[in-house]
Design a binder for this molecule. Structure first.
Ligand code: PGA
Length: 248
């Protein structure tokens, strides 16, 4: 039985004051959540998460990491800097990074390896655009994205990743994949992992992301291969995030 994971993706939102209220709200309202919970926040707020969430069951992480270990890479944040501030997770290959920062499948694969070698759990994002879905190319596109990552890892590393299926057309749009649409892709992703390592495939958490909200979380999370959610907009309001956690 895979444990559910509900991870917030704050994207480029927040301020110390707003974060304090949000983190207090999450910590105080959590109760005895069954699943694992994490927030992926902008790098300047790692320290704030460390002091607000240290000693609780809520983990924190980043939204990207550098391909490089250290050195002359202005503006980049190294994996070692995430772990220095207690991060457990890092989002890799979010569609916003692929689209706005030209991150290729190859870069995403290399960042995934870098995260693993640094002791971070990468949340590897995959997903098709609306055009690709309408052209019937979902499996080809998502298959290509996941294979690039799987091919870069060795067998023992596979079970340490988390995958997030995020159809690009559902992110921030209020449109959600139906539970069956998401389940079909999750099942395909798990089958791809199983081709490399069946034992790992049974363990890997595959999250759904794309307008997951309190009113649709339960149905999505009830599907056999949906092991949690990567939550954007709804993770910025403690009550909404807590409702999704309660549905897991
Ligand atoms: P959303 O974002 O929940 O606001 O659609 C999800 C994501 O981009 O990770």
């Amino acid at each position: 039985m895979r444990r559910k994971l509900i991870a917030g993706n704050w994207k480029m939102n927040g301020s110390t004051a707003a974060n304090a209220a949000l983190l207090d709200g999450i910590r105080d309202g959590l109760g005895d959540a069954r699943g694992a919970v994490a927030v992926c926040v902008p790098a300047p707020y790692f320290a704030q998460c460390q002091s607000a969430l240290g000693g609780t069951s809520v983990k924190w992480g980043g939204q990207d990491l550098s391909l490089h270990e250290s050195g002359a890479y202005t503006g980049e944040v190294a994996a070692s800097m995430l772990t220095d501030f207690g991060c457990s997770y890092v989002i890799v290959g979010h569609s916003e990074r692929r689209t706005y920062h030209g991150e290729s499948d190859e870069i995403v694969a290399r960042k995934t390896s870098r995260a693993l070698r640094s002791g971070l759990v990468p949340i590897v994002c995959v997903g098709e655009s609306l055009e690709e879905r309408e052209a019937g190319k979902t499996d080809v596109v998502v298959g290509r994205q996941i294979d690039a990552v799987l091919n870069a890892l060795d067998g023992s590393e596979l079970e340490k990743i988390v995958v997030a299926y995020e159809p690009v057309w559902a992110i921030g749009t209020g449109k959600t994949a139906t539970p069956q649409m998401a389940q079909d892709v999750h099942k395909m992703v798990r089958a791809r992992i199983a081709q490399k390592n069946a034992e790992a495939a049974a363990k890997v958490q595959i999250l759904y992301g794309g307008s997951m909200k309190p009113d649709n979380a339960k149905e999505l999370l009830a599907m056999a291969d949906i092991d949690g959610g990567l939550i954007g907009g709804a993770s910025l309001k403690a009550s909404d995030f807590l409702s999704i956690i309660a549905a897991a």
